[in-house]
Design a protein around this ligand. Structure first.
Ligand code: C5P
Length: 247
């Protein structure tokens, strides 16, 4: 089960230099399944950072949350596929046409160029947005309705899953079923500090709720021994996976 847990653990590479990112990959590549590259690192290092991570034995979740006109998002996502990333995301608020065109372009490119198709995810409502934020931009529906609604739109457009807070997992499971991938950040094991996360969930609970992948940054990065912290998280996840399989 430790290997199953490892494949589901994503380390957030929230650093501001290529050298720091490379050090983390060298240190953790056998402990985590994917390294999440976000806007900060990508803007600093460029797409070359993906190759550098791969050369050091890591796989990449490219977390750039594309949101633009359909053609632009489709073309950008195709370029992400050509970089060989294993997971990539767009904003569901970009709409059904944007998501459908992206899926079609990705499928075509991956088939033609014999690239393994990455897991295509949508972001629904950012967890930093509350009801007030939505109202300010003219959305009156409750967040608890918007999240499963957007997840369903993503699924109908052919995307594989969503990024969501652990507390949204059951709403999304109900709307989209068990085969839809759910990736959750905001995970905190008992030994780690809360940092700036407002709603936190222990790794075992996130797995028990039905999350498929967990994104973890500071609980590993700020630990006195990051490898030991990653191991403790993996053990907790493996235990929860065993219980979920037998439950
Ligand atoms: O350090 P920590 O474990 O809080 O890192 C979580 C990672 O997940 C960060 O890269 C953060 O930007 C990302 N994230 C999040 N909450 C979301 C979406 C992404 O914390 N709703």
């Amino acid at each position: 089960m430790i290997e199953a847990a490892r494949q589901r653990l994503i380390f957030a590479l929230d650093v501001d230099s290529c050298a720091a990112a490379e050090r983390w990959v060298e240190q953790l590549h056998d402990k985590v399944g994917l390294f999440k590259v976000g806007k900060q690192l990508f803007t600093r290092c460029g797409p070359d950072i993906v190759r550098r991570i791969q050369e050091r034995g890591g796989q990449v979740f490219l977390d750039l949350k594309y949101h633009d006109i359909p053609n632009t998002v489709a073309r950008a996502t195709v370029e992400a596929c050509r970089l060989g990333v294993k997971m990539v995301n767009v904003h569901a608020l970009g709409g059904p046409t944007m998501m459908r065109e992206t899926v079609a372009a990705v499928n075509e490119c991956c088939a033609a160029e014999k690239i393994e198709r990455p897991v295509l995810l949508a972001v629904t409502i950012l967890t930093s947005s509350d009801q007030e934020t939505l109202r300010a931009v003219g959305i009156d529906r409750p967040v608890e309705e918007m999240v499963p609604h957007l997840a369903k739109l993503a699924q109908q457009a052919g995307l594989d899953g969503v990024v969501a807070s652990p507390r949204e997992v059951s709403l999304i499971r109900r709307a989209c079923g068990n085969d839809f991938v759910i990736v959750t950040p905001g995970v905190r094991p008992a030994f780690a500090s809360v940092d700036d996360q407002k709603r936190i969930t222990p790794p075992a609970e996130a797995i028990a709720c039905g999350a498929d992948y967990l994104v973890v940054g500071r609980p590993i990065a700020k630990a006195a021994d990051p490898r030991e912290a990653a191991t403790a998280i993996l053990e907790e996840m493996a235990q929860a996976l065993t219980e979920a399989n037998h439950g």
